[in-house]
Write a protein that binds this ligand. Sequence first.
Ligand SMILES: [Zn+2]
Length: 62
Amino acid sequence: MAKCPECKKEVAKSSKKWKYSAFTVELFECACGTKFREYSRNSKHIFTLKFKKGKDKSFVRA
Ligand SMILES: [Zn+2]
């Protein structure tokens, strides 16, 4: 479960999950069209990266 940084709605399920170094990364796709990644470490949330619409491969820290 994660909160969309754009519309603040909760997204129940991540569509993808993988390991990145010491982090666990989860990809979420909100119904509003926003994609974002949640980075956590030892089950603790560290930061969120938001995918900017229209700009491919451009993630900003939410
Ligand atoms: Zn949203």
